[in-house]
Design a protein around this ligand. Structure first.
Ligand SMILES: Nc1nc2c(ncn2[C@@H]2O[C@H](COP(=O)(O)OP(=O)(O)O)[C@@H](O)[C@H]2O)c(=O)[nH]1
Ligand SMILES: [Mg+2]
Length: 483
């Protein structure tokens, strides 16, 4: 059974979030949107809904239960609704194709209470609408050609955006920047393919085809373009999803104090008793448009305490999943410990070494300590004092700089923000490489054509020109009902 009904269905759903609100909206989309709405609302102007001007708000009483079932009216007949008035509100009709779904859409704006909205939605269903599935409005917009797949995904990213940069990227994708680039690349490939196939089909005829060298240059350009797009994927992902920063280190070095200070709130308990933090503590914040999730962990040490052991296990797991790990060291203890043992610890290349409590250490030794640490770990070393606040700004800058250049502005080039797009681009890249290698080795055009087609299809998946129901279902099921 298909997961989504035919476009002949008219669907409805509450489009505003659950909970109380000033206004709530029920959205109806499909060929019977007006018929259905005419059973649920009565215009104060006494006019029939069928004569409504499109894209204008009209005052109406909202009725429940509806009095007639769909199909029994004629447009000329004056409406005789006898249902009980449940609310008053505004009705707007958006005539196809000038609506989000490109279908006839009616929105009923009423008071944003759960019961009212529920009633309106039930009344629509009683009048012949079907409750929409998750993402079905957006899916219809896609199926009706209003949006392509990458734009549909951008709708979801816009709804979910938690940082300004994330929102900016979602909006650019929604406006079709990625779409345009993909179309350009794809149509280039399609025309090469056409030449190649013409060459295959009419080998004996005297037609001028794209020469071998010309083809190589063109494919190399496309490949370079795809690689430039792929180079933006890591930053793009981070801007969309945010970064996960895990604070790790031995007990009592000041991890929880650092978390609190970076968040400007007392989120984690700070004491001078080692082993205070036993579970992961996670909180998000936004630094200059970048969403940062900070995770405080249990200090790593030998212990037999079961709870603490589990905390340590979780701490290690969190470090594995981090985009960046801050290894916090206690500056007052570092003078005594064997710095050589630090050499044995494994640090990721992008991890940051944070030397805390420098308020208790002489300035000269902080410098030489940082120097030594940098030399043996090859990591960036940041001396800080959570107590005095010294070095904290530099630490924030260093974290951001790992992902986004200090003066980052999503520039002219399109950014790849979704894993799905990255994977498709990687497949296109591999197919293009393959086709180039085949041409250079003088392999039959038929085989080159297969790879070119593969590359074109991979690009087509990004915008949904080539796609399966399974992929569509997966994408749209992430949406909420009503979107
Ligand atoms: N002097 C000084 N003490 C600090 C600093 N940061 C944290 N502490 C103290 O170190 C102790 C352990 O801090 P806590 O954040 O609980 O460490 P955690 O076990 O690593 O989470 C507490 O008594 C803090 O007040 C700092 O920059 N300077
Ligand atoms: Mg702690």
């Amino acid at each position: 059974m298909p997961t989504v009904g035919t476009p002949e269905d008219t669907i409805c759903a509450i489009a505003t979030p659950a909970g109380e609100g000033g206004i709530g909206i029920v959205r109806i989309s499909g060929p019977h949107a007006v018929d259905i709405a005419s059973h649920v609302v009565r215009l104060r102007s006494k006019k029939s809904l069928h004569t409504l001007a499109s894209h204008k708000l009209h005052l109406a009483d909202i009725l429940f239960p509806p009095v007639r079932s769909i199909g029994s009216h004629s447009t000329s007949e004056p409406l005789q609704l006898t249902g009980q008035i449940v609310d008053e509100g505004l009705v707007v009709y958006m005539k196809a194709p000038r609506s989000f779904t490109a279908e006839d859409v009616v929105e009923i704006h009423c008071h944003g209470g759960w019961l009212v909205l529920q009633r309106v939605c039930e009344a629509c269903i009683a009048s012949g609408a079907r409750l929409a599935e998750a993402g079905e409005f957006t899916k219809r917009a896609f199926l009706n050609g209003r949006l392509d797949l990458s734009q549909a995904e951008a709708v979801l990213d816009t709804i979910r955006a938690k940082s300004e940069l994330g929102l900016k990227l979602a909006q650019r994708q929604l406006r079709g920047e990625l779409t345009q680039q993909v179309h350009r690349l794809r149509s280039g490939l399609v025309s090469l393919l056409a030449h190649l196939e013409a060459g295959i089909d009419f080998v004996d005829e005297d037609i001028a085809f794209v020469g071998r060298d010309e083809m190589i240059v063109s494919l190399q350009e496309t490949l370079a373009h795809i690689r430039r797009m792929l180079a933006t994927a890591e930053t793009g992902r981070v801007l969309r999803e945010g970064v996960r920063v895990v604070i790790a280190g031995e007990p009592n070095v000041g991890k929880s104090s650092l978390l609190n200070s970076l968040l400007h709130e007392n989120r984690a308990i700070v004491t001078d008793i080692p082993g205070t933090t036993r579970d992961l503590i996670e909180e998000s914040t936004v630094w200059q448009g970048l969403r940062v999730t900070l995770v405080d962990t249990a200090g790593l040490r030998d212990t037999t305490d079961l709870v603490e052991l589990e905390g340590i296990r979780r701490s290690k797991e969190a470090q594995d999943q981090a985009d960046i790990v801050l290894h916090v060291l206690d500056g007052t203890r570092l003078t005594q410990i064997d710095l050589g043992s630090i050499r044995l610890l494994s640090f990721g290349r992008d991890d940051l070494l944070v030397v805390n409590k420098i308020d208790l250490v002489a300035a000269g030794s902080v410098q030489s300590l940082s120097h030594t640490l940098r030399a043996i770990t090859r990591c960036e070393v940041l001396p800080i004092s959570v107590r005095t606040g010294e070095g904290l700004d530099a630490l924030k800058v260093a974290i951001q700089a790992q992902f986004v250049k200090p003066s980052f502005e999503p520039g002219d080039s399109v950014m790849v923000t979704q894993v799905r797009h990255r994977v498709a681009l990687e497949r296109a890249e591999a197919s293009l490489q393959e086709s180039l290698a085949s041409i250079e080795r003088g392999i039959a055009p038929e085989f080159v054509a297969v790879d070119l087609r593969g590359a074109g299809d991979a690009l087509g998946e990004i915008v949904g020109a080539v796609t399966s129901d399974e992929v569509l279902d997966r994408i749209f099921s992430e949406f909420c009902i009503g979107k």
